[in-house]
Design a binder for this molecule. Structure first.
Ligand code: FMN
Length: 356
């Protein structure tokens, strides 16, 4: 996620239980582009023990292939193509989600990338641009070019980030393509992950915003879906998996959330970033965290008014350490959205504009 899955965030996420794989923020590819140094750091300095895929956004084949060759010199798990970003300034250039309007271009681009990537080549896509009319054709291209893994965000580009997720369309992908499919969109908890896997038949889930809110979510998924089931249950249905779960799933408290915020603050701090700017960046993460703190949105209300580090942590103490043993909600509280006035159009794929 742009602005999110940088090296500091990856480190923090790994501390609480890393996902099986990470995907970088997207490398922008055009005639003058060079792989962005800060994104390269999340590859080169990744000590989490989990592989990281390098994601590219672009459409000009010579530059995409050149960038692939540059990135292959780094310790990446594979190359991932972004066909989902819904920001108008991105899709108007026919990149990201804009590609979904043009299956012929996708055919050409995926073919060229497949030829350029000797190892794992993966694709992240939405189910269409403003309709799903090209969806099955694009899935056919995933098969034609032997893509190794497909992540499907179950919304069209025009649906942005807040509509219902069309899990039935993710199920179509899981049935159609020969590679594993990761189901993406509103996987809010381990229980939701189990339900989405059941509904879609996907091989796994991809989690975005709810990992910012709840960095324990990957651990919780693993506990629910993999580790705490009898080994012979793995060949049975998801219902059997749930029935054989033996020990409870980790439940963070408000005190744990307070500790997460401190860790995130320290990890994201750099000498060149002024306090006010750092507090502003923290608020973007806390917009998500606040969805699990209280049902009335009081933490969010107070947090948004903090201007200094001291004010921010005073708000955190007041809301998180008064009842430290209270559970940090597993699901976001209903109606508590990450930002007010979030019907504003998504102008970029960044924490500034994307809500949950
Ligand atoms: C701040 C932010 C940045 C994002 N940047 C990217 C990106 O660089 N590449 C990408 O494939 N998806 C990006 N996404 C989309 C997410 O990967 C994901 O598809 C979407 O948020 C839906 O999943 P979720 O409900 O788990 O968040 C971004 C999402 C957010 C919230």
């Amino acid at each position: 996620m742009q602005d999110v899955t940088d090296l500091p965030f990856i480190r923090v996420a790994a501390h609480y239980g890393a996902p099986d794989y990470f995907f970088t923020e997207f490398f922008r590819v055009h005639a003058q582009s060079r792989p962005e140094k800060h994104i390269l750091r999340s590859i080169v300095e990744n000590k989490t023990g989990r592989p990281v895929f390098a994601q590219l956004i672009g459409e000009e084949i010579p530059h995409m292939v050149r960038t692939v060759k540059e990135l292959l010199k780094y310790p990446i798990a594979g190359i991932d193509l972004n066909m989902g970003c819904p920001a108008p300034k991105i899709y108007k250039k026919n990149v990201g989600g804009g590609l979904l309007r043009d299956p012929a271009k996708i055919d050409e681009l995926i073919g060229a990338l497949r030829d350029a990537v000797p190892g794992l080549f993966t694709v992240k896509m939405r189910i269409g641009f403003d309709s799903t009319e090209n969806y099955e054709r694009v899935l056919g291209l995933i098969n034609k070019h032997g893509v190794d893994l497909l992540s499907v965000h179950g919304r069209t580009v025009k649906e942005g980030y807040r509509s219902d997720v069309h899990y039935d369309h993710i199920a179509i992908a899981a049935r159609t393509v020969r590679c594993p499919v990761l189901a993406n969109g509103n996987v809010t908890s381990a229980a939701k992950a189990a339900a989405v896997l059941e509904e879609t038949g996907a091989a796994g889930v991809m989690i975005g915003r709810h990992a910012i809110r709840n960095p324990w979510i990957f651990r919780q998924c693993r506990e629910r879906l993999v580790e705490r089931v009898a080994p012979n249950a793995l060949s049975s249905s998801n219902n059997a998996l749930e029935a054989k779960r033996s020990t409870p799933i980790f439940q963070p408290t408000l005190a744990d959330a307070r500790e997460y915020i401190t860790r995130l603050y320290r990890e994201t701090q750099t000498p060149d970033i002024p306090e006010k700017a750092h507090v502003a960046k923290m608020k973007k993460y806390l917009n998500f965290v606040g969805q699990s703190v209280d049902a009335e949105g009081k933490f969010l209300h107070d947090m948004r008014r903090a201007m200094t580090e001291a004010e921010l942590f005073a708000v955190c103490d007041a809301h998180l350490l008064t009842e430290p043993a209270k559970l940090f909600a597993t699901e976001p509280y209903p109606g508590i959205i990450a930002r007010p006035n979030c019907e504003t159009p998504v102008e970029s794929c960044s924490l500034d504009t994307i809500t949950a």
